[in-house]
Design a protein around this ligand. Structure first.
Ligand SMILES: Nc1ncnc2c1ncn2[C@@H]1O[C@H](COP(=O)(O)OP(=O)(O)O)[C@@H](O)[C@H]1O
Ligand SMILES: [Mg+2]
Length: 392
């Protein structure tokens, strides 16, 4: 029995309503017992000392031996006392009946009330079991704005998040297998061509195969880096960093590549640039990603510039290029993994798999900054800007 109450919230609620009803009934009984004689006295217009207890002291006029001629009064007193007894009996009877009626109604109402509280909780329980079973589309109705309503609302939010994560996971597996399949198919095709003697066993053929294998290796590297970055499984040693040295290192690293493409690669930094709060290696990684893209998507004779400006407690870093630009409808998606504006173009151009900017975004956000892309449209160049906090 106790176990039943312990395991059922509805039973507990009902029990607590029942306790309230019982306490109410007991108080009603006690209070009427104490107050009825006094009320009777005062309504009969004289103090006759009926009953016992407080507030029932007989009026001075009725004290024994107060005056002569007490007989008449004594007889009246007996009559009133009988009257009171009958009155009390009928009052008790009426009270008992009223209490019974009120009790039954109260019990019914409390049953209904505890059910109405329990019903949404039951719905939540069933829905969460469905979700645990992998049915992420499950939602529950929100019953009003009280705590239960809030619980249902948060439950729905959680279910939606889970659904998103699940669909992202599916999408990721699809994307990864597709990305892996493309170079693998190329390698397999070339190999078959070689075996069948359709393709000549020339250095070009081998180089082609090597290139595809290289793509595969880079993709796997990128994926590993992405999973590390997404899981936050990398050390982040944030401290004041003088950025001009880091920017110059990046410029040097890409100098040969820029020269080969006849692109002017330069930095435009203010002389009094304060140090920023950043992890040196991760900052360089973001910059490398952005400059690498800029060089990749800028044709010969173009220009790539690393700029920085100081705004309040932030420093904005921009990588500006005069390259192919990005149509406006693609801008919001660039930082989503595997997103490429033009899949075939970036593949031919030796581009990656659309992971670089996703990694960059994660790294910038881990520093508490933002990253965004701007472009005046196709053929009008692109600008990628990220923010970092100034070291005080
Ligand atoms: N500087 C840029 N100019 C034009 N398009 C760019 C530039 N940087 C990135 N993009 C576009 O954003 C996509 C995603 O970039 P990224 O995540 O680095 O992937 P990818 O591996 O293709 O370089 C690229 O495929 C390209 O379409
Ligand atoms: Mg890239």
């Amino acid at each position: 029995m106790i176990d039943f109450f312990r395991r059922h919230l509805g039973a507990k609620l009902f029990l607590s309503y029942l306790v309230v009803i019982l306490v109410g009934a007991v108080i009603l009984g006690l209070a009427s017992r104490l107050t009825v004689p006094e009320a009777f006295n005062s309504h009969m217009g004289m103090g006759l000392g009926l009953g016992t207890g407080q507030g029932m002291t007989p009026a001075p006029a009725l004290r024994p031996g107060a005056s002569a001629g007490m007989q008449g009064i004594g007889a009246g007193r007996g009559m009133v006392s009988d009257l009171f007894q009958s009155f009390q009996a009928s009052f008790n009877e009426a009270l008992l009946l009223a209490l019974l009626a009120a009790g039954v109604v109260a019990i019914l109402v409390s049953l209904l009330l505890s059910r109405s509280v329990i019903a949404p909780i039951r719905v939540l329980t069933v829905a969460s079991q469905h979700i645990a079973g992998g049915h992420y589309a499950e939602r529950v109705p929100v019953p009003g704005a009280d705590e239960l309503g809030q619980l249902a609302h948060s439950f729905n939010q959680m279910a939606e998040k889970l659904e998103q994560v699940e669909s992202m996971r599916r999408q990721l597996i699809g994307d990864v297998s597709h990305e892996l399949l493309t170079p693998l198919t190329a390698i397999k095709g070339s190999m078959e061509g070689l075996m069948d003697g359709i393709l000549p066993a020339s250095p070009e053929t081998y180089q082609q195969i090597h290139q595809e294998a290289d793509r595969l290796a880079r993709l796997v590297d990128d994926l590993q880096e992405l999973s590390r970055v997404e899981a936050g499984a990398y050390p982040l040693d944030i401290r004041p960093v003088a950025v001009s040295t880091l920017v110059n290192t990046t410029l040097k690293r890409f100098a040969a590549q820029a020269q080969a493409k006849l692109i002017i690669l330069q930095a435009d930094l203010p002389a009094d640039l304060p140090p920023v709060l950043a992890d040196q290696d991760r900052f360089t990684q973001v910059l490398t990603n952005l400059v690498g893209n800029a060089l990749q998507y800028t044709p010969e004779g173009g220009q790539v510039t690393i700029q920085s400006t100081h705004h309040g407690d932030e420093i904005l870093f921009s990588v500006v290029d005069t390259g192919v630009g990005i149509p406006a409808e693609h801008l919001p998606h660039l930082f989503t993994r595997f997103y490429r504006v033009d899949k075939s173009r970036s593949r031919q151009a030796g581009g990656g798999s659309g992971i670089g900017l996703t990694i960059a975004r994660h790294l910038v956000e881990a520093h508490g900054g933002n990253i965004l892309a701007r472009s005046e449209g196709e053929g009008h160049g692109s600008t990628f800007t990220f923010t970092l906090k100034v070291a005080k």
